[in-house]
Design a binder for this molecule. Structure first.
Ligand code: HEM
Length: 188
């Protein structure tokens, strides 16, 4: 696969290395909520296209996201996955893995105005109960810290990219803790 030959559609603007230090994480704690200001680097690499069943053509980016706490500079979240664009169906897909033994395949629509306004908006979601866009997790996580849903909106501009995401987690005997993350990044 040679990345230059391909049309990544609304994902095109993501390709590259992004850094941002305005991150806010709200995460579950046994006795309430943890609030973590953070900074991060997200690297999106164009990896070409994939043909499925000689029918579906996807163009794909691979990414890694490394997130550090402002208070102590430690990496406290690491994530990797793919963004995929199905131009024929106009569907954008985001598969992600986190090293808690949780994987997500989120899908959805994109509002794409790159040629007009220099912006693409990617809106994806998944839920434990959805037929298609789903979450899988280890037996431990299913029992103790189960991810029930994930939704994410990414706004990609020419020089700035921002995202907001909400992950609902059943944990510490409570249903649907609202675990949120948001940041604004610039291309480095
Ligand atoms: C920037 C992104 C993210 C950051 C900074 C972040 C950070 C955190 C933090 C600090 C905790 C609490 C850990 C602890 O107290 O031991 C946590 C818990 C958790 N996160 Fe995230 N998270 C992010 C994204 C995600 C995503 C995308 C998912 C899944 C789709 C996820 C699933 C979970 C789960 C299931 C827990 C409960 C485990 C536990 O607290 O022991 N997180 N996260």
């Amino acid at each position: 696969m040679n990345d230059n030959e391909f049309d990544y559609g609304p994902l095109t603007g993501l390709i590259g290395v992004w850094k941002g230090d305005k991150g806010i994480d709200i995460a579950p704690e046994p006795d309430g909520t943890e609030n973590n200001p953070y900074y991060e680097t997200i690297t999106y690499t164009a990896i070409g296209d994939v043909e499925n069943a000689e029918e579906q053509l996807l163009t794909c980016l691979h990414y890694t996201q490394v997130v550090q706490r402002k208070s102590n500079d430690k990496v406290f979240h690491h994530q990797t996955g793919y963004w995929m664009w199905d131009a024929a169906a106009k569907i954008v897909m985001h598969s992600l893995q986190i090293p808690r033994a949780v994987s997500v395949l989120a899908g959805g629509k994109c509002t794409w105005a790159v040629h007009h306004e220099g912006e693409a908006i990617l809106d994806v979601s998944a839920s434990a109960d959805h037929d298609t866009w789903k979450i899988i997790e280890s037996p431990f996580m299913a029992q103790k810290a189960s991810t029930r849903s994930f939704s994410q909106k990414v706004v990609v501009g020419e020089h700035e990219m921002s995202y907001g995401q909400t992950t609902l987690v059943d944990i510490y005997g409570r249903k649907q803790f609202v675990h949120t993350d948001e940041n604004t990044l610039t291309r480095s």
